[in-house]
Design a protein around this ligand. Structure first.
Ligand code: AMP
Length: 190
């Protein structure tokens, strides 16, 4: 199964992807994680991305697409994947469609985790205290939510037009949401 996870920062995409990939034996490709590894390793790409990420803005489409193309050529991806954190704007959505068409691996589903804005803010504030991610400062959190609303939210309609969108209510316990997700994916592929 080839799936994209969509949702605002704090919507639980990463947590749900980690649980689902184990259950279904899929590769979990998080562009945020890939970028953080490049930053930690001090690569040229990481050095270019670091300040942009700390401000809560988007890293350039060309950099992220190049990194994604390399990851997509790894052998584990052939069994299916969950793409988490990409696409983040309409240009990336179109680049993804083209990349997957070229690889002969079209998407099956795009899952949107729907979480109200006040809950997102509460989760991101709690995560900032616990994990101390470099982009969890109040300014950066506000910027990431703004970038999401302006650039990423339109991507939901892109997949809706393709008839691939599944909406999952993202409130409740982690397990309850995972259950909801599996039921939705099961019925969608039945
Ligand atoms: P995430 O872990 O998905 O919240 O991503 C953390 C940060 O990495 C984002 O705030 C962006 O600065 C950058 N990033 C991750 N994915 C992308 C993407 N698809 N396009 C541009 N920037 C990205």
């Amino acid at each position: 199964m080839r799936i994209v996870f969509l949702g605002a920062p704090g919507s639980g995409k990463g947590t749900q992807a980690t649980l689902l990939k184990t259950a279904l034996g899929l590769a979990h490709i998080s562009t945020g994680e890939l970028l953080r590894s490049e930053v930690a390793a001090g690569t040229e790409l990481g050095r270019a991305a670091k300040a942009v990420m700390e401000r809560g803005e988007l890293v350039s489409d060309a950099i992220v697409l190049g990194m994604l193309e390399r990851r997509m050529s790894a052998p584990d991806v052939a069994a299916g994947f969950i793409l988490d954190g990409y696409p983040r704007n309409l240009a990336q959505a179109e680049a993804l469609d083209a990349l997957l068409a070229r690889l002969g691996q079209p998407l099956d589903r795009a899952v949107f985790f729907d979480v109200p804005a006040d809950e997102l803010l509460a989760r991101l504030t709690a995560r900032a205290e616990k994990e101390g991610r470099a982009d969890d400062s109040p300014e950066s959190v506000a910027k990431r939510l703004e970038v999401y609303a302006e650039q990423t939210a339109p991507v939901i309609e892109h997949f809706e037009r393709q008839g691939k969108l599944l909406r999952i209510a993202g409130l409740g316990s982690i397990d309850a949401i995972q259950q909801r997700l599996r039921v939705a994916l099961g019925s969608a592929t039945a």
